[in-house]
Design a protein around this ligand. Structure first.
Ligand SMILES: Nc1ncnc2c1ncn2[C@@H]1O[C@H](COP(=O)(O)OP(=O)(O)OP(=O)(O)O)[C@@H](O)[C@H]1O
Length: 295
């Protein structure tokens, strides 16, 4: 049995003259959460579409649960669940009707469908809203319902394309908890996100993608270490950030770094030293290419 749920080598895709994926390699172990982090237009959705067999790559290969995404489309489709960027549920139906309809379409009997619908609505905390039409749902509730619908049939691999885009902090955290629970059930999660905090909080491994290439990959801690050292923060008496300065963290380097700016800041300026955040990592890894790319 393959240990990897998702593996890709040299995936390429162009639309006309635009190269969207420029040689992507991936290896996602089973039962883990993998986050593909990148800015708008980096190629995240295109990669999900390729891995979920919706479009074919121009070059390279990929396997899901050991099945080739081009030669064994049917087996790949039977191994995956997918939720896209926009909720794919029917607004006129109630939450329960949506889940129930998907159960019936998936071949469950009426009785089985009732049981599964109740189970799913319970695990996503949607029982109270089960009888309400989806058009009355908040963005967070729709996303939860979307996830519930994609889990009607047990699939070992779940693709989530920007699952929390547009949600407020509370709904986002609730959805993160749901996603963690899916991992605890042994499901491999591949998600795309523009939110650094989301990748930091949820993912076992992260790949940062920019202009169709993986520019860095590893655990959140590894990526932070890659950017290196520590960050000195200078704040005024109201605790407002005045400047962040990179440092290796040694006494000599902190001394030298502060020495070069000490006269530029008023007395009373406070300093603190911290590890780099995912924001520092992301900016460091994507800023050079961003500057070079057209707006
Ligand atoms: N079917 C298509 N035809 C032509 N161009 C496309 C097509 N699909 C995607 N693109 C282009 O490919 C690039 C990458 O798009 P993609 O949706 O994969 O990026 P993304 O990282 O998911 O961005 P976002 O976060 O905005 O969804 C974009 O410039 C987009 O316009």
């Amino acid at each position: 049995m393959a240990k990897l749920a998702i593996e890709a080598a040299g995936l390429r895709k162009s639309f006309g003259s635009q190269t969207v994926l420029d040689g992507i390699d991936l290896a996602v172990p089973k039962g883990t959460i993998f986050a593909l982090l990148g800015p708008n237009g980096a190629g995240k959705t295109t990669l999900i579409h390729i891995l979920s067999t919706l479009i074919e790559p121009d070059d390279g290969s990929a396997r899901i649960e050991g099945y080739d995404i081009v030669a064994s489309k049917k087996e790949v489709r039977q191994s995956i669940g997918l939720t896209g960027q926009f909720a794919a549920v029917d607004e006129v139906l109630t939450g329960a009707e949506n889940v129930n309809m998907m159960c019936r379409l998936s071949g469950l009997s009426a009785a089985e469908s009732r049981v599964r619908t109740a189970e799913l609505l319970r695990s996503f905390d949607l029982e109270a809203a089960a009888g309400k039409r989806v058009k009355t749902y908040s963005g967070g509730m729709r996303r939860k319902l979307d996830l519930a619908v994609s889990l009607v049939v047990h699939r070992p691999v779940l693709f989530l394309d920007e699952p929390t885009t547009g949600l407020d902090t509370v709904s986002r955290r609730a959805l993160w908890a749901n996603i963690q629970q899916l991992k605890e059930q042994g499901i491999t999660i591949f998600l795309t996100t523009q939110y650094l905090e989301e990748a930091d909080q949820l993912a076992d491994r992260i790949a940062v993608i920019n202009h169709g290439r993986v520019v860095a990959s590893g655990t959140a801690a590894e990526l932070k270490t890659r950017v290196g050292g520590e960050v000195i923060e200078l704040r005024n008496k109201d605790n407002e950030l005045l400047r962040s300065l990179p440092t290796s963290g040694t006494i000599a380097d902190v001394w030298q770094t502060l020495g070069s700016v000490v006269h530029s800041f008023p007395e009373g300026t406070q300093i603190s030293i911290r590890k780099p955040s995912m924001d520092d990592v992301f900016l460091a890894l994507t800023s050079i290419e961003k500057e070079a790319s057209p707006a």
